[in-house]
Write a protein that binds this ligand. Structure first.
Ligand code: ATP
Ligand code: MG
Length: 603
């Protein structure tokens, strides 16, 4: 492709809308344009990158026996009602775009395709003989994200490969899950990315396992905890660890102390000169279930620990049936406004004890559970002579014990957040370290959640009618493209891995007025393309300096310049990644570049 004929517009300045390097660079280098919040036009250079990533994804998926298809983006609400997800996905913080058509039918734009694929399986899979089966697609997804940001990282319209597998039994599902683990590892390796596979939260669905594929980068929205021995890596949402031991409490008698201005654990520990591990902290949450019931939740946890809200969400979802529901719709720390809606009188915030009286909740409100749901985290269960609130502002109790001074909450949960510095569960000599990660892929053993909800069954070998076992597997294709940039750039611009670069080589003509330069460049450009090297020709009427800057900015792996050395039958060849420049005989250029590319394209 000749640059003079391309839509090629680069920017010198960083666009104000972009915060992270990869986002700035893709905009500056003319790969994409923002059309609306979280909505981007993928321009020709970026489209080539996305096409290459998709080709690698296809190749690896097909190698496992999965089959490509294309499912509708426009999906009927009724299907989503069958799975029970319509309301959760379209109301409140739901991320599904929905609309009403001219026949007054409600429809949604697909954020994911479990419902559609399960309905198809229900119609088409009859017998165990048809199993296992794995279908995938590469398609634009729509999600009305609450915080679209960082360009392609969190878009409202983005490209995803999603696949769904169907099985007669768990071992078959596990086999496909392992195959997908390998396929995803291959995809990321072939795209030239450094990544880590980590244990992930499977949400309230439970399931028997899920793995996320994380590209490590400072700008990542996820936190990964891992051990240096390589034995453990998990998303912080899911991570487990051993907390440090609690220090023995110095308080031996139960009493209430005047502790002015100590609403935080830090201020209290300082005032009482005790360790936060001797304090029971009581954190108040407001939960909303799909039944419409609002419940106030009081979590007692050791003072040095924090609540992991993902784990708390899972714990509450498991209790949803107690409130006539099946799932949790919202979870928040109630602010002053929210408290006004249910508190009968002002709460002793910062001084709450585990036995905070239920009459703080207004009586007789129909959708409001009249009693606190009291949960205790494992870390608080074995504390003796602990410090905690008194339900009176400015006062705390010390020397408290479960059973004698406070009834111990019946429901014991594990909702503590694992932290860097914690001891690892598999080996207490290993401590958890932290890194930021960009989630690129997620593979998931779903089990029978959707097949049961939609009645997708098959007839087993023994003639039984059983729900299909399912797995699902997603890769963010457009997010991957940007993550590659986030992992590989310098002050001059993007440094694409060869496998997904839009073009592999660029031939630059420094002086368009010099016929020798122009003729040599066009000849090389043609020879390279004929040899299968995807090559650009910078034949614009621009200064040499501008052309060099642009070639660096757009990140083409190999640059060939028909400059001064032409007289000796040589051209200058530069590697973008290393910056190494050498003079090479014109006759040797094509085979040299080809050999470099072959070396990079590990298959
Ligand atoms: P996240 O936690 O980042 O919102 P998710 O758990 O919602 O991701 P999945 O539903 O598992 O993601 O989707 C599969 C893949 O699609 C993700 O691993 C990610 O690479 C990509 N993806 C998800 N949401 C977006 C988005 N808003 N923009 C771009 N890519 C996305
Ligand atoms: Mg999401």
């Amino acid at each position: 492709m000749r640059l003079s004929q391309m839509l090629f517009v680069t920017l010198r300045e960083d666009p104000a809308e972009a915060e992270i390097p990869s986002h700035k660079l893709l905009l500056r280098a003319g790969y994409m344009r923002r059309v609306a919040s979280g909505v981007y036009a993928y321009l020709p250079l970026l489209w080539r990158v996305l096409t290459k990533i998709s080709a690698i994804v296809r190749d690896e998926m097909n190698a496992t026996g999965a089959q490509e298809c294309l499912l509708p983006q426009l999906q009927p609400a009724d299907l989503w009602r069958e799975s029970g997800r319509w309301d959760t996905y379209t109301k409140a913080e739901g991320i599904m775009f929905s609309l009403v058509d001219r026949r007054q039918q409600e429809m949604g734009l697909g954020p994911t395709h479990e419902e559609v694929i399960t309905a198809i399986a229900r119609d088409m899979i009859r017998s165990y003989r048809q199993l296992p089966l794995h279908l995938y697609q590469i398609q634009t997804k729509f999600r009305d994200e609450i915080r679209p940001r960082f360009g392609l990282m969190r878009g409202r319209e983005f490209i995803m490969k999603d696949g769904y597998s169907f099985h007669a039994d768990a071992p078959s599902l596990k086999q496909t899950y392992r195959d997908m683990y390998d396929a995803y590892s291959n995809i990321l390796r072939r795209c030239g990315l450094e990544f880590r596979a980590v244990d992930a939260d499977s949400g309230a669905i439970g399931g028997s396992g899920s793995t996320e594929f994380m590209v490590l980068a400072e700008a990542g929205e996820d936190e990964v905890l891992y051990t240096a021995d390589g034995q453990y890596a998990a998303n912080v949402e899911k991570a487990v660890s051993q907390p440090v031991d609690a220090a023995p409490s110095p308080f031996t008698t139960f009493e209430t102390l005047d502790t002015p201005n100590t609403p935080t654990i830090e201020s209290l520990a300082k005032f009482l000169q005790c360790s936060p591990t001797q304090i029971v902290k009581n954190v108040l949450y407001q939960a909303g279930f799909d039944s419409g019931k609002r419940v106030l939740v009081l979590v007692s946890i050791r003072g040095d620990q924090d609540v992991n809200e993902v784990k708390l969400t899972n714990a509450l979802t498991n209790l949803a049936a107690n409130y006539g529901g099946t799932t949790l719709l919202s979870l928040e720390v109630p602010d002053a406004d929210a408290q006004q809606a249910w508190a009968a009188r002002p709460l002793p915030l910062g001084y709450i004890a585990p036995n905070l009286a239920d009459d703080y909740i207004k009586p007789g409100v129909s959708d409001l559970e009249p009693k606190f749901l009291r949960l205790i985290d494992q870390t608080a269960v074995n504390l003796k002579n602990f410090v905690t609130g008194s339900n009176r502002s400015g006062y705390h109790t010390v020397g408290g014990n479960w059973g004698t001074d406070f009834p111990q909450p019946k429901t014991v949960v594990d909702v503590r957040k694992a932290m860097a510095g914690d001891r690892a569960c598999h080996d207490p000599n290993q401590t958890l370290e932290t890194a930021r990660g960009i989630e690129i892929g997620h593979i998931f053993q779903l089990g029978t959640k959707y097949s049961q909800a939609l009645g997708a069954t098959y007839t087993s070998e023994s003639g039984e009618e059983l729900p299909l076992m399912m797995g699902c597997y997603g890769v963010g294709v457009s997010r991957l493209a940007q993550a590659a940039v986030e992992q590989s750039y310098d002050k001059h611009g993007i440094i694409w891995p060869v496998a997904i670069a839009p073009y592999q080589a660029i031939v630059v003509i420094p002086n368009m007025g010099d016929d020798l330069q122009v003729t040599a460049a066009i000849k090389l450009y043609q020879e390279l393309n004929t040899a299968g090297v995807e090559t650009l020709l910078d034949d614009r009427n621009e200064r040499a300096g501008v052309k060099f800057k642009d070639a660096d900015l757009i990140g083409i792996p190999y640059r060939i310049v028909t400059g001064r050395a032409l007289g000796d039958g040589k051209v200058e060849v530069a590697e973008r990644a290393t910056g190494i420049v050498q003079e090479v005989a014109i006759t040797a250029v094509v085979s040299l570049i080809k050999s470099w590319i072959d070396e990079e394209l590990i298959g």
